[in-house]
Ligand binder design. Structure first.
Ligand SMILES: [Zn+2]
Length: 249
């Protein structure tokens, strides 16, 4: 996949980096990424990936913009209230970078449609706000052999991890939350700038992975404490009895 003169100029500050170069930039162009949730995390992930020149983006979100979203979702403005988040986010991408092929899906992703929506992508980034969605997405990614960046922010705590085959996200959280929306932002609150921090970290992880920068991050969970302003990383052990990936190793 080659880069036009205009793309070479647009991505010049990437291409000059020895760790990225033209090869890494072409890998980004060849990638198709599904972003689940155009919320607080998606508002950081989507502009970062579009600006970086990821060639294909699918944005999946069933919600419309509400006033209480705007403190953490700078993809949208006051005039967007009541409009589809997926479609407005896709409009943002098109305005930012016309070299990105963007597909907006105003769908709620769940067990019944996750494989159909996610098939054909090279990476999935999940910034949704509840365990039931995150587990359905994780199970589909395991079944389709697609790497998953799972990112979450609630109150003053953030977490980002890359999951590939085993361990999967279900190894980390177990089976208890399949039907439970217990951690959503509406009930517990979230600091807006924390969602942006976590989203930017998730985008960085994705861009590094696709362009081939740095060591493999699969199986590591990065935790951020927004009160103490500290990141730490833990390694997630595979669960041999995990019903999603348990037989995969
Ligand atoms: Zn698992």
């Amino acid at each position: 996949m080659s880069l036009s003169d205009e793309e070479l100029e647009r991505y010049a500050r990437h291409i000059v980096l020895p760790q990225v170069g033209g090869i890494g930039q072409r890998k980004l162009k060849a990638a198709r990424i599904a972003v689940i949730g155009a919320g607080g995390i998606g508002s950081a992930v989507i502009p970062a990936l579009a600006g970086a020149g990821v060639g294909g983006l699918t944005i999946i979100d069933s919600d419309v913009v509400e006033l209480a979203n705007l403190h953490r979702q700078p993809l949208f403005g006051e005039a967007d209230q009541g409009k589809s988040k997926a479609e407005r986010a896709a409009d943002f991408v098109t305005l930012l970078n016309r070299f990105v092929d963007v597909d907006a899906r105003q769908d709620r992703i769940g067990d019944e449609n996750a494989r159909q929506l996610l098939g054909g992508h090279h990476l999935v980034i999940d910034g949704s706000d509840n365990f039931a969605t995150r587990l359905a997405v994780s199970d589909a990614c395991v079944a389709l052999a697609i790497p998953l960046v799972s990112a979450a922010a609630v109150q003053f705590q953030g977490q980002v991890g890359l999951f590939r085959a085993q361990p999967c996200y279900r190894c980390f959280v177990g089976d208890a939350f399949d039907a439970d929306d217990c951690d959503n932002c509406a009930e517990l609150g979230v600091l807006g700038a924390l969602a942006a921090t976590v989203g930017s970290f998730a985008a960085l992880l994705a861009i590094n992975m696709i362009s081939g920068v740095g060591p493999d991050q699969a199986g590591q969970l990065h935790l951020f404490d927004a009160e103490r302003l500290l990141w730490r990383a833990i390694r997630i052990p595979p669960d041999p009895s995990c019903r999603a990936c348990g037989g995969a190793a």
